[in-house]
Design a protein around this ligand. Sequence first.
Ligand SMILES: *Cc1c(COP(=O)(O)O)cnc(C)c1O
Length: 384
Amino acid sequence: MKDRFRITKLHTKITANSTIRKAVEFIRNSDIEPPYLLIDKARVRQKAHAIGRHIENSEVYYAVKANPDMEVLKLINSIGIGFEIASEGELAILESIGVSSNRMITSNPIKSFRFLRTAVEAGVDYFAFDSEAEILKLREYAPGSNVYVRITVPNEGSEWPLSKKFGVEVEKAEELLVHAQKRGLNPIGMTFHVGSQCTNIYNWNSALDKAKDLWDRAQKAGIRLSVLNIGGGYPIRYTKDVVGISAIEKNIGKLISDKFPKKTRVLIEPGRSVVGDAGIFVTRVIGKASRGDEQWLSIDVGVFNGLMESVGGIKYSYIVEGSREIIKWTLAGPSCDSFDVIEKDIMLPEPAVGGHVLILSSGAYTISYASEFNGFSIPKTILI
Ligand SMILES: *Cc1c(COP(=O)(O)O)cnc(C)c1O
């Protein structure tokens, strides 16, 4: 078959050439009907190995919500890192593939009762919190457990801010650590999240300044801390280049060794950066229409069955099987809902109806967000 995919230098700057080649090869040799998500195993392995390399005493816990596919989890488990979980569903799938609870932590500051119960039964012993109410819940369901407080940190420059939802200021965090200890819990440290897809390296600087302030206050209050959990947030390339993981970690590693005691355990919880750029969605064009002065292109994956993050501002790169003529499109998903618009004013070569559209860097927060709204099935995940 003639190669009709319009692959440019821009594409290979976003996604490794080897990953794109594997995907095209797979499409040519497979009669599986799109849509589906391909995950390049070699890329996941490479990313998982790279994370934590430049931070001393670091431990890596993959944030399962980024991509909880069973085969993906088996692959990550084989690398030997841990897992960050937030629900009984994530716990159950990890247990089913033989992950022991001492390799799981949970950093959601508010846990459902059912999850807390099942996590404690399973032996999970690391929990985040940021409120009095959660301390009382932990005292009841997880007495004596290891707990760390979540602080708010600046999220500027991250494309998916998370600090608005969770975390308290340093003064309050100190109070909460003291209360946790009084209630018989074991306060071991603190956590923060700089925001997902964080392209601003200075977010970690200000976060670590705050963490250091809290660390010193806690020591003065008589609490011996040992754990600094720096959350996730490492970025991947979607349409632009981003600062690399090793540069981010060299900065973090230096700041931590300058500010914190030597034996501090540093927990890292990457999600997006482990699986994101290993994923390529294989979709097909199901329609083209001229409406008013807009050219509409409809594909079989949309906001509801895989591309939810496009609504929050994530912009993807696309490889189109099609002509050389580049046109401005409104790109839409398959459902009848007018919310199901992936992107407006996007320049792409004109594909034929029935042709393929590949979506790069789509391994994280795609399938895990997908629903069967309007009866469209969730694309399956295939490891290559
Ligand atoms: C989502 C989440 C992560 C992963 O964040 P990424 O930006 O995907 O790396 C890590 N820790 C916690 C607590 C989270 O909620």
